[in-house]
Write a protein that binds this ligand. Structure first.
Ligand code: 3PY
Ligand code: MG
Length: 264
């Protein structure tokens, strides 16, 4: 899941938190390998997700939804609306990972309930077997507790990807995001995660939100990286355009990277 056209480099995703179907459509056609609608921290309503997924042309980049919580309802609604993959936050142990995987698949593979929506806008609905084969389930590792269990989480049947949330992982570890990304030692959390997943043949992805963080994650061996956010792209483009118009020297607000929590 969340693959790219060039297997020699990580796939590049756009992380959409504005809750705006138009902005998502622009990024969907901009050349990213996949887009993710962030329904945990982004400004998406259920209706907004349906609108966004409905208006995206089929056959383009893969569309994932980061659901608000690891519940059958949240996961089922995202898939019913037409997402091809879900990213499930704060998965702490193998049991939670198994629950997420089961919520993604119809019986007998899982316990997803039938009610897909694309037929409402004239699209063909896959059979349960086709849907089970096509869906991608990524579970997020965002705490040291989950890192300790990553080997068993990656071994869960139906987990297609382990996806790291560096902002939460840094917060829960008591370090800065930059320190987390710069740690390349033998016991570094990111190394442990990549090693465990690679040994199991499970793909590993992460949120970055900027080119420099993406480079650190690529060097650590991640396969899929959310390299930019819709709000960050807009803010940066606005700052660059104003700088070009007014000339250098006039400070422009620049949102280079999604901030981790401040100190204190
Ligand atoms: C994290 O880095 O914790 C995330 O969930 C990215 O949004
Ligand atoms: Mg997080």
């Amino acid at each position: 899941m969340l693959t790219g056209s060039d297997p020699s480099r990580p796939s590049a995703g756009a992380w959409c938190g504005l809750g705006d179907p138009g902005a998502t459509e622009i990024l969907h056609s901009a050349g990213f390998d996949w887009v993710c609608l962030d329904a945990q921290h982004g400004a998406w309503s259920d209706r907004g997700i349906v609108r966004a997924l409905r208006q995206l042309p089929p056959g383009g980049p893969q569309t994932a939804v980061r659901v608000a919580a690891n519940t059958p309802a949240a996961i089922g609604r995202a898939l019913d609306a037409g997402a091809t993959a879900v990213i499930v936050p704060m998965v702490q142990d193998p049991r939670a990972a198994a629950s997420a995987a089961a919520s993604c698949r119809y019986p007998p593979a899982g316990d997803r309930s039938w009610g897909p929506m694309p037929a409402l806008w004239g699209r063909r609905v896959p059979t349960p077997r086709e849907a089970n084969r096509a869906v991608g389930c990524a579970v997020m590792i965002e705490t040291p507790y989950a890192v300790e269990r990553v080997d068993r989480i990656a071994a869960v049947d139906g987990v297609d990807m382990v996806f790291v949330g560096p902002l939460d992982l840094a917060l829960a570890s008591g370090v800065s995001v930059e320190a987390l990304l710069a740690d390349t030692g033998p016991t570094a959390p990111l190394r442990q995660i990549v090693t465990a997943c690679t040994a199991r043949g499970v793909r590993v992805g992460a949120f970055a939100g900027s080119a420099s963080r993406s480079a650190a994650l690529a060097a650590a061996g991640f396969h899929a990286i959310a390299v930019a956010t819709d709000s960050g792209l807009l803010a940066n483009a606005a700052a660059r355009t104003l700088e070009a118009w007014r000339g250098p020297g006039e400070p422009a607000a620049r949102q280079e990277e999604p901030g981790g929590p401040g100190g204190g």
